[in-house]
Ligand binder design. Structure first.
Ligand SMILES: Cc1cc2nc3c(=O)[nH]c(=O)nc-3n(C[C@H](O)[C@H](O)[C@H](O)COP(=O)(O)O)c2cc1C
Length: 451
């Protein structure tokens, strides 16, 4: 990716960010478990040249299963299956540093990187849902501070494991019979607060050396984790001003760690609802809105995320920035949601129903509804204002909107020179213009060590 173009990742979340889109005519309610459904989507994404396909993580079933899917498939398994059906596209599942162990996770991603010739990536989260604890034999969900301490140690361990084999370790000399050179493989002998890991992995250094690391989490501790280890920050932003400030912040933090600011890519999430034209977009928007829970419920969810009583305001009441507690509720799923709603209110008072409409009442990210041109204009405008290095595109109704974005919006972006026309050569890391942190030149294997 040259710096005059942006990257695009696609979320495969199904049926979509409108979780009850399974109710629409033509939708198969069971598609979210169907390999053919995902392969179709991944192939459409690959034909459009999309950098990576992405899947979030929910390691606990929630009450929302009563009305729609609740996370569903394990992302690594899903994307490893898609790896076999595609050739170029990157594979970006979300994994929890709180509820995984670093040795097995490092091995799985290094294996995936070999088997896909350098297409593996991982989105690390600390897991916001406290219900996960009971599934992993943990007495209580660790507090945010402990989760991020563990995340730092986790990433230190996996990156050291990935780099523990020197180049040239596999000799494979048929004449002498020497296959590997054990003197070039190093234990990591890690002993820390959370983990004791001897290493090394049984897998050689993979094509990317480090599979691409993305991070999602917007508290200062999350941003510090990203600044130290991540190649990509997956973020939610509801105003240009807030997204730009967050991107500037993460770039400055990376520089404070001795990194080049351009070595960390700010990937802004947005949900798209793509109409064939404006009228079609409006019609589908109405249709999808009819699948949402009652407005009063959505309003109470927004109020809770702001730390306000669920009945503090009605849908037509106006809320101002001064009405919102000055500090986030640190027990909330993500402080990012609180920050974003504050950013919207900083631009002026809003009726509660407008705040709900901002995210389609369906979560953390901004919803953009319109014709292909309107959506292309939106991305271009945010990118030109310095609010993003690229976008993680999520879909209102993935079955319909992923295809429309790939076939109607991406060609406009290519025509405008904003997105690559063909996949650039190399690994996912090379394509995104990412160096291996601490190693030069960008994206190459470690320099050969002296004999
Ligand atoms: C853009 C974004 C996406 C996220 N995706 C997930 C996810 O897929 N699964 C999950 O368990 N948590 C997810 N989280 C929440 C993280 O677990 C997060 O690390 C934790 O709640 C703390 O978030 P905070 O630093 O923003 O407060 C996400 C957070 C953000 C900001």
């Amino acid at each position: 990716m040259s710096s005059d173009q942006f990257h695009l990742n696609f979320s495969l979340m199904s049926p979509g960010h409108y979780r009850a889109a399974w109710r629409l005519a033509g939708a198969d309610p069971h598609a979210y478990l169907d390999a053919d459904h995902y392969v179709r989507l991944a192939k459409l994404a690959e034909e459009a040249g999309i950098d990576a396909v992405f899947q979030g993580d929910s390691p606990a079933l929630g009450p929302e299963i009563a009305t729609g899917t609740s996370g569903g498939l394990d992302g690594f398994t899903l994307l490893a299956m898609i790896a076999g059906a595609t050739e170029r596209i990157g594979l970006l599942p979300t994994v929890s540093t709180t509820y995984s162990t670093p040795y097995s996770l490092a091995r799985r991603f290094q294996s995936l990187d070999h088997l896909t010739k350098g297409r593996a990536a991982l989105n690390v989260v600390t897991t916001g849902n406290p219900a996960a604890a009971a599934n992993f034999g943990v007495s209580a969900h660790p507090d945010r501070d402990a989760r991020y301490r563990r995340a730092h140690e986790f990433l230190e361990v996996i990156t050291r494991l990935w780099e523990a084999w020197e180049p040239g370790t596999i000799i494979a000399d048929k004449a002498t019979g020497q296959f590997g050179d054990p003197s070039r493989i190093h234990a990591i002998d890690h002993h820390g607060e959370f983990f004791d890991v001897a290493g090394p992995l049984p897998v050689p250094t993979s094509p990317q050396v480090r599979p691409v690391i993305s991070q999602a989490g917007e508290t200062p501790a999350g941003l510090e984790l990203a600044a130290r280890y991540a190649d990509v920050v997956f973020a939610a932003g509801h105003t240009v001003a807030k997204a730009k400030a967050s991107r500037d912040d993460i770039r400055a933090r990376a520089q404070a760690h001795g990194r080049d600011a351009d070595s960390i890519k700010y990937s802004l999430g947005l949900i798209v609802l793509v109409g064939t034209d404006e009228e079609d977009a409006k019609r589908r928007h109405d249709e999808l809105n009819a699948t949402l829970p009652p407005l009063e419920y959505l309003v109470s969810a927004v109020l809770s995320s702001l730390g306000l009583p669920a009945d503090a305001f009605g849908p037509d009441d106006v809320i101002r920035l001064e009405d919102v507690p000055a500090e986030p509720n640190l027990k909330a799923f993500s402080v990012g949601m609180y920050n974003n709603t504050r950013a919207v209110l900083a631009e002026g008072p809003r009726r509660l129903r407008e705040l709900v409409a901002h995210t389609a009442g369906i979560g953390t990210h901004r919803l953009v509804v319109g014709s292909p041109e309107r959506i292309a204009d939106d991305l271009e405008s945010w990118w030109r204002q310095g609010a993003a290095d690229g976008f993680t595109v999520m879909f209102a109704d993935t079955r319909v909107d992923l295809e429309r974005f790939a076939t109607l919006v991406v060609p406009i972006l290519k025509e405008r020179g904003l997105f690559h026309r063909e996949y650039p050569e190399g690994t996912l890391r090379d394509r995104l213009g990412l160096p291996v942190p601490g190693l030069q030149p960008a994206g190459r294997r470690l320099a050969a060590s002296p004999a």
